[in-house]
Structure formats: C-alpha cells, structure tokens
Ligand binder design. Structure first.
Ligand SMILES: Nc1ncnc2c1ncn2[C@@H]1O[C@H](COP(=O)(O)OP(=O)(O)OP(=O)(O)O)[C@@H](O)[C@H]1O
Ligand SMILES: [Mg+2]
Length: 330
C-alpha cells in the first residue's frame, strides 16, 4: 500500500531542512519504525502556521499528521446516455476518486503573488465548521460556491483541482470517499445544444443522489462557466434560443438545491466574468481574480522548474551556478 503522510506546522525554512526528519522521528516513536518503513512512502510538510522562532523541538510543535492513500482511478460519464465508461471526449463529466495520484504535488507547484491558497483553505475550514456545527441556513445563507476568474493560463483550473486534493486529505477522517466531478460546460452546450437544459438538470440530480451518502464529499468543478451562464443575457437580447435559457435556470436551481448539503462544494472558473449571468454572480460566496504572475512568482516558477530538472539529472549543479549568475537572486 502506498501511504503518504503530511505533517503540518512551522516555518518555510524548516520545511526544506530539519523538519521532515523530526516529523519522521516523531512518527517512528508513535507508530514504530518497522510499520513506518513498510507502509509509508513519503513524508512531507504541507503547511506551516505561525512565526519562525529560534528553537523548536517536535515536542513543542503542534503537529497535525494526515496519512492517506492515493487513487489513480477516474471515470467518464455521458450524462445523456448514462454510460459510465463513455469515451472521455464524449463525456460531459469526469469523476476522480480523491486524493488522486495524478494531482499529487500540484498544490505545492503553484505560486501566486497573493495568499489565495491560504484564503481558499480558510474558506474550506469555515465550510467544514459550518457543516459540523449544523448552522441554520435561514440565518447564515451561503451557496458553497467559489468563482475564480482571470486571463488564460494563470492556474485557475489547477488551483481548483489541487484544492479538491487538499480537501480529500484534510477531511479523510470524516469522509471515506471524496470525489472530484469535472464538468466542461462548454462541451455540454456545444454537443447537446437542444438538450442542454434537461442535461444540466439531470447532472444536478445525479449530484444530489451521490450526496445522499453521508460518507461522500463531492467537489464539483465547472470550468468555463461563462458558457453556461451567458445565456440569459443573450436570450434577453433575442439572440439565443430558449433551451440556453433553460440551461441557466437549471444551473441556478441546481445550485439552490446543493446549498443545503454539507458534503459538497462547487468550484467555478471563467476567463470572461463580465459575460456571466448576474443571478449566478449573486450566488457566489468567494470570488477572486487570478492575474498573471508578477516577477517574484515568475522567478519562483522558473526556479522550481530548474530544481526539478536538477533532481532528474537533466541538468547538473554547474548549470545551476550558471543560472544564479543569470538570475542574481538565485
Ligand atoms: N501560478 C502558477 N504557478 C505554477 N504553475 C502555473 C501557475 N499558473 C499556471 N501554471 C501552469 O500553467 C498551466 C496552465 O494552468 P491552468 O490550466 O490551471 O490555467 P487556467 O487559468 O485554468 O487557464 P484557462 O483560463 O485557459 O483555463 C498548468 O500546467 C499550470 O501548472
Ligand atoms: Mg482552466
């Protein structure tokens, strides 16, 4: 069995040096070294909260350790036919069991100028707390809906996928199954133009059915959500047939039903936020602009690429010294 373990807490500098060894020692003490060697493939630090002090031992740190297994299975569902193994181009939805082997390390490889990653984790912590405490939706109304927008290629989809991975790991003590369902709203519309209203409704019915299982947490990712939500504006100007209108209405109704479920979160992305339906925008709980990376992030992304090539032996350290001449802050 392949088990990955994360230990959480302290500063970034410590992550790369002493901390993993300390976490490892701690695990050896608690779990027994043989058990560790047999079952744990990798130990790494995922998050550090608090300021960097002068001296710390494992005993003085507040460690949170999560042990998890990676899955590689995914399935495509053709909502139209209900075919569970539809070829992936035809499918409008793709389901991945989380945490996924394909997404391991993605979160760590993403760099942003702002602390969007912590904000998303904070949002998720509140979502979980609200669910656990059973808040009354009449007093605190929210839709479990996140919307990331910005120019192409800035990491929106990657951030959503890796957030699903994070959720699966952090909540594995509560939910046995976490699934990421990716919907390509663009293909849903283009392929089934006359049927899209019905199909969106059917898709949300399927979600509600999956959510009946208390041991399942569902992360729904709707990429290019503007394809589904521009219809009402277009219909109002007389350019779009009523089916598009029905699709948007089905999406809004579907979201209104999901909001009463504690075991779901909906992540959406768009390049064209100004074309998105106002009623959809009104339902968003967390909206964030992801812009092109600034100089510091570009540097960090490039550096991580060089580090990876060094790790794989494609370039050697002498090239890296050359690199630090080119990039003085290397
Ligand atoms: N901030 C970032 N840090 C590291 N890699 C990034 C970052 N942003 C994008 N990338 C890389 O660029 C590629 C494209 O990212 P992604 O598809 O997530 O962008 P996107 O914002 O969803 O684009 P689009 O709007 O076109 O769908 C991915 O391989 C991703 O790993
Ligand atoms: Mg994308």
């Amino acid at each position: 069995m392949s088990v990955h373990c994360l230990a959480i807490r302290h500063s970034e500098r410590l992550v790369r040096s002493a901390f993993p060894k300390k976490a490892c020692k701690h695990l050896k003490r608690t779990a027994g070294s043989q058990l560790l060697q047999k079952n744990v493939e990798l130990i790494r630090v995922a998050e550090i909260i608090g300021s960097f002090g002068e001296h710390h031992t494992v005993d003085t740190l507040n460690l949170t350790i999560r042990v998890y297994k990676l899955f590689s299975d995914s399935s495509s569902v053709d909502v139209n036919t209900g075919d569970d193994n539809a070829d992936s181009d035809a499918a409008v939805a793709r389901t991945y069991r989380m945490p996924s082997a394909h997404l391991e390390g993605l979160w760590e490889s993403l760099y942003f100028d702002t602390d969007i990653k912590s904000m998303l984790l904070q949002f998720m912590s509140s979502a979980i707390l609200f669910g656990e405490k059973g808040i009354d939706h009449n007093f605190i109304s929210w839709n479990r809906l996140i919307f990331l927008h910005g120019p192409p290629g800035t990491g929106k989809t990657s951030l959503c996928r890796s957030l699903a991975q994070k959720i699966a790991i952090r909540m594995n003590h509560r939910y046995e199954y976490t699934k990421l369902v990716e919907i390509n709203s663009h293909s849903l519309f283009s392929r089934y133009f006359s049927e899209s209203g019905k199909l969106v409704g059917k898709t949300f019915e399927d979600f509600l059915e999956m959510l009946e299982d208390d041991d399942t947490f569902l992360v729904v990712l709707i990429d290019e959500v503007e394809s589904l939500t521009t219809a009402r504006t277009a219909a109002a100007s007389g350019n779009d047939p009523s089916d598009s209108l029905r699709a948007v209405n089905a999406l809004l109704t579907g979201l209104d039903k999901l909001k009463y479920k504690d075991n779901v979160i909906v992540l959406t992305t768009s390049n064209l936020p100004h074309t998105v339906d106002p009623a959809f925008l009104d339902r968003i709980d967390f909206k964030y602009y992801i812009g092109p990376p600034g100089a510091k992030s570009v540097y960090t992304i490039l550096r991580s690429m060089f580090d990876e090539m060094i790790r794989c032996g494609i370039i050697n350290h002498s090239v890296s010294s050359w690199c630090s001449l080119v990039f003085p802050s290397c």
